[in-house]
Design a protein around this ligand. Structure first.
Ligand code: SF4
Ligand code: MG
Length: 326
């Protein structure tokens, strides 16, 4: 198993000035991840736990007020681990879209409403492909859309003429056009109806299977993780609290937060919605001391209020950050 991307104690905070005071939002707060190649890797957790920010950092797009504070991000590029956040910005351009690409959340808004889909593709090719390769790539675009179940006529449409599901597929087509080795997808099925969701999941699976690449998918929806991911991590308050194969997470969840997330999944035959997790995630500006989950945790011990559990391997490839889990 080869690692395509890894992070070591990665920290990136939003530094905001508010009424003359500095506010620090600890969105990515010491992340250790090892993402193997040829997998669909899921990152789960409620809204506001830092998932989307983590993806931005993994893409190395840290624009103020988001700031790299500590730790490292490495891409395995041609069997060399590149220390991405310490590489010159210019150098990073060569990775974007070709090595690592991004499907942003709410892709509906990504397509320019006054431009035909074709022009968006052309513009993209203008800026990312060398002149001599352009013609081939336009043909490739048509071929690629066809493979993804979109007719070449889609290129002639304006975004508003397409359904939400179609637009999402167009954005996926765009971000996979240059056959990246890593695709980051932020809530790619949110805001779609069930049928369109299923189509997007099938599409991502097919792309992964064809390219034999790695897709890192962020969603709060554990049902989507169960359907598409092969390995996953659970994020809470800017940290990874558990990671394992998806099968293992669902069969043998160890962290109390993971158990809650799984328990709150709806089941066929439910007459009423399942109870969600009590309380809400802490503000990333003022985290509780010790284990950030302790105010919501039914198993909290005195130690949990003062000391922070670290992510430890409890069995092969199953890691958890909790004092009582083993
Ligand atoms: Fe709960 Fe303590 Fe485990 Fe945190 S470390 S999840 S508070 S038992
Ligand atoms: Mg988000």
């Amino acid at each position: 198993m080869s690692i395509i991307l890894k992070t070591e104690n990665l920290k990136a905070f939003y530094i905001l000035k508010y009424l003359g005071e500095e506010r620090v939002i600890k969105a990515v707060n010491g992340i250790n991840l090892e993402i193997p190649e040829n997998e669909i890797y899921g990152i789960a957790g409620e809204s506001g736990c830092g998932k989307s920010t983590l993806l931005k950092v993994l893409l190395a797009t840290l624009d103020p007020p988001l700031k790299h504070i500590d730790g490292s991000l490495y891409y395995n590029f041609d069997n060399n681990f590149i220390d991405v956040l310490r590489s010159p910005k210019e150098e990073l351009k060569k990775f974007r879209w070709k090595f690592i690409s991004y499907i942003p959340q709410g892709s509906m808004h990504v397509l320019n409403p006054v431009k035909k889909v074709k022009d968006t593709f052309l513009e993209f090719l203008e800026s990312h492909v060398k002149e001599k390769d352009k013609k081939d790539y336009l043909e490739l675009s048509i071929e690629h859309l066809r493979e993804l179940g979109l007719s070449p006529e889609t290129l002639e449409a304006y975004p508003h003429q397409l359904s939400g599901g179609m637009r999402q597929r167009v954005v996926i087509a765009l971000s996979t056009l240059l056959h990246p080795q890593i695709i980051l997808a932020d809530e790619p099925t949110t805001a779609l109806d069930v049928v369109a969701q299923r189509a997007v999941i099938q599409l991502l699976k097919r792309i992964q299977n064809t390219l034999q690449n790695t897709i890192i998918i962020v969603t709060h929806d554990m049902g989507i993780h169960a359907q598409i991911t092969t390995k996953m991590a659970i994020m809470y308050a800017g940290k990874i609290v558990e990671s394992a194969s998806t099968k293992e997470i669902f069969k043998n969840p160890l962290h109390p937060y993971t158990k809650y997330l799984i328990q709150s999944l709806p089941h066929i035959g439910d007459k009423e919605p399942r109870e969600g997790i009590q309380g809400s995630p802490p503000s990333l500006i003022s985290l509780p001391p010790g284990c950030a989950f302790h105010p919501r945790c039914p198993y909290a011990q005195p130690i949990c209020k003062s000391e922070e559990p670290t992510l430890k391997e409890v069995s092969s490839e199953h890691k958890v950050a909790c004092f009582i889990a083993s």
